[in-house]
Design a binder for this molecule. Structure first.
Ligand SMILES: Cc1cc2nc3c(=O)[nH]c(=O)nc-3n(C[C@H](O)[C@H](O)[C@H](O)COP(=O)(O)OP(=O)(O)OC[C@H]3O[C@@H](n4cnc5c(N)ncnc54)[C@H](O)[C@@H]3O)c2cc1C
Length: 372
């Protein structure tokens, strides 16, 4: 019997497990495959709320709060484990190549600036002073100096090590096959390696969360959206900043890789890289940094983003049941949103109070009849 059982050992399950362990709870995480082996290791690791959320509102606020939590979160994990998670406040350029693109970006810049966010409007020349490898075709854009990236694979390693240090039980290679019910309460799960019992169970199974909610007769709309990405060597291409254009992004990492992304494919649970997907990624990024034409190709891979019908995460209790909640549906931003998710969900698991989870409560989908 454990206090809290996390179903899914991706960035969300592991972050929450770590936070709850630090608060003195007995925690178990169960993962069917490898730790972080799905979307969380596939991600590009950008920490970019101002780029990602195109309007003011709860998503941008949540993202900014998480970005603020990141330095201390990363520092603490590094101190606890000795693992360098390669956090980097590189700054991010959102680049326009045409007048219509520039007009759209200028509108975004105006409300972001008026709201007090750290953004600067730049001409092409000013942007090339920030990032000399940016194409001559760039005419204007937004520079956000506070955004950056992290090595999500190292972060996953650090979270696994930190959870173990804090006494959490980590079970990998065990598939959750059902929920254990006692009346209206969930008391744990059934797995391929035996039953597990818990005071509280959190579904943190990424793109698979909808399937588990269906076991509880709750048709929550979570679906997999495949993202295909590639990497090239940064040797001879000394990029400084993250670059975002309308057809792709370029993320220079601290480990010698430049990560190039990404497609958004409706392909069910298929996780393979397609030739057309790879071509789309490569064609999409080269116009922004001409030096990429001669880059040494390293690898291509794909992952399944957990998307919800309204593109907002699901945080909080499963309606109609005691003892079970969801932390999922983080779509394109689960790496960014992991510290804030860990904090607000740990507060909820400890106190049962839902107010801080608005408007992300899963109950907003009550009455939904489809999982798409
Ligand atoms: C190409 C790509 C690029 C991305 N780039 C970024 C980025 O730059 N910045 C950012 O913030 N986010 C990014 N994301 C999004 C981010 O990766 C996700 O939002 C995040 O990883 C979701 O984490 P998760 O823990 O919910 O899901 P996952 O990492 O998918 O973890 C869920 C886990 O649950 C396990 N599981 C499922 N079913 C069961 C079962 N029955 N029993 C046991 N275990 C089970 C799975 O094996 C899996 O390991 C990107 C995603 C992709 C695909």
């Amino acid at each position: 019997m454990t206090d809290c059982l996390l179903v899914g050992g991706g960035i969300i399950g592991l972050s929450l497990a770590y936070e709850l362990s630090c608060r003195g709870m007995a925690v178990t995480v169960v993962e069917q495959g490898e730790w972080g082996g799905q979307a969380s290791s596939a991600a590009a690791g950008m920490l970019a709320p101002l780029k990602e959320f195109s309007q003011p509102g709860p998503m941008l606020e949540l993202g900014m709060k998480s970005l603020e939590l990141y330095p201390k979160w990363a520092e603490e994990l590094e101190a606890r484990t000795g693992i360098d998670v390669q956090a980097c406040k590189s700054g991010l350029l959102t680049v326009a190549l045409t007048e219509p693109e520039s007009g759209e970006l200028l509108e975004k810049y105006k409300w972001q600036k008026a709201s007090g966010y750290a953004v600067e409007w730049m001409t092409g020349e000013e942007m090339r002073r920030v990032e000399p490898l940016l194409t001559e075709q760039a005419i204007a854009g937004i520079y956000s100096p506070e955004e950056g990236h992290i090595n999500n694979r190292m972060l996953l390693n650090a979270l696994v090590a930190a959870c173990k240090k804090m006494g959490a039980t980590l079970l990998s290679g065990s598939v959750v096959t059902g929920m254990a019910k006692e009346g209206g309460r969930i008391v744990g799960v059934e797995t391929t390696t035996g039953p597990l019992r818990a005071g509280h169970t959190v579904i943190a199974s990424g793109a698979w969360a909808g399937i588990m909610a269906e076991w509880l007769d709750f048709a929550v709309p979570v679906r997999p959206v495949r993202g295909q990405v590639a990497s090239v060597s940064s040797s001879g291409i000394p990029l400084r900043t993250v670059i975002f254009g309308t057809s792709g992004y370029i993320t220079p990492k601290l480990d010698g890789k430049i990560v190039l992304g990404a497609t958004e494919d409706e392909a069910g649970f298929q996780r393979h890289v397609t030739l057309s997907g790879l071509a789309k990624v490569l064609d999409g990024v080269m116009p922004y940094v001409p030096a990429l034409h001669s880059a040494a190709f390293q690898q291509a891979w794909a992952g399944l983003r957990p998307a919800t019908a309204d593109s907002m995460p699901l945080l909080g209790p499963v309606p109609g049941w005691q003892g079970v909640s969801i932390a999922g549906g983080h779509f394109r931003n689960g790496i960014l949103l992991s510290p804030v998710t860990a904090k607000v969900m740990a507060d909820y698991v400890e106190s049962g109070r839902e107010d801080a989870l608005q408007p992300f409560l899963p109950s907003r989908f009550l009455g939904s009849t489809t999982n798409r």
